[in-house]
Ligand binder design. Structure first.
Ligand code: IPD
Ligand code: CA
Ligand code: CA
Length: 261
């Protein structure tokens, strides 16, 4: 295992420990409309950042949360650690499972090591660019699903949705076409579930780089596919995408989204 991947896994577990330790008592702050951050988010990010800095003080660091103390990190480095310290904060706030720690290492434009850790289920998904994706060290594969009408599809919608939200029209196109739809609340785990064959496809147009940087590599190394919403190569910095178990299902998802409402 690459030393980068080993560190990725270790620090994801360090963050996961913080999430479990804070579950009994944490403060919550609404940083935007229906968008929350808790003491657990901050403690997880601080612990991950400090562990990474011990090993690679000259690497860059991009964490979702803005902490009181500066998050050091060399913006000039070709290496950058991309961290969502708690993906699924709303689930966590409500005491619902389906939350995770997402840690990815980017070298230039490529994600080269990735871990998504679910501390509730103690499930650690990981991959690096030259090794297959695993769940708790066992190889994972996507489902064989090729038809949208047979697919269980997961979606992400904005934190606040109104009747005017543009995402709603696209959501309805998938709702009408798929076997069924889920909105589970952790973008990182959604990608891992497509990689592991628990879900057949995932559509999102309102998530951030830190939500999906790790999950994208895990999807690719499991043998599933991820494209932008028109079926072209995904630009990680514009994460409007479809992840699908098979190319056939991916094409059906693109076609469904391109149909007029
Ligand atoms: C959120 C989750 C959710 C997605 C939101 C994200 P957070 O991450 O991934 O599934 O729909 O767009 O912001 O805020 O819990 O880290
Ligand atoms: Ca997130
Ligand atoms: Ca988060």
């Amino acid at each position: 295992m690459s030393h980068f991947l080993a560190l990725c896994r270790d620090v994801a577990r360090i963050g996961g420990r913080q999430l479990i330790d804070h579950q009994a008592h944490f403060r919550t702050h609404e940083k935007g409309a229906n968008d929350f951050v808790t003491d657990a988010d901050l403690a997880s990010q601080r612990a991950i950042h400090d562990a990474l800095q011990q090993h690679f003080p000259d690497h860059g660091f991009l964490g979702e949360e803005k902490l009181d103390l500066p998050m050091t990190g060399n913006r000039q480095s070709e290496y950058c650690w991309i961290v969502d310290p708690l993906d699924g904060t709303l689930n966590y706030v409500h005491g619902l499972q389906s939350f995770s720690v997402s840690v990815a290492l980017r070298r230039g434009a490529r994600i080269i090591a990735a871990t998504v850790y679910d501390p509730w289920l103690d499930e650690l998904y990981s991959a690096c660019e030259d090794s297959p994706a695993t769940l708790n060290d066992q190889p994972i594969r996507p489902s064989p699903c090729q038809a949208l009408g047979e697919a269980l599809v997961v979606v992400s919608l904005p934190a606040r949705v109104s009747s005017e939200s543009p995402e709603l029209a696209d959501f309805l196109k998938l709702l009408y076409g798929a076997r069924s739809i889920r909105r589970l609340g952790s973008a990182a785990l959604n990608l891992c579930y497509v990689a592991a064959g628990r879900l057949d496809a995932y559509w999102a147009t309102t998530v951030n780089l830190w939500d999906i940087a790790a999950g994208c590599l895990i999807v690719q190394q499991a043998g599933a596919g991820i494209t932008d919403v028109s079926g072209q190569r995904l630009d990680l910095d514009q994460p409007r995408f479809i992840a699908a178990a098979t190319p056939e299902l991916g094409r059906e998802m693109v076609a469904a989204l391109q149909r007029s409402s």
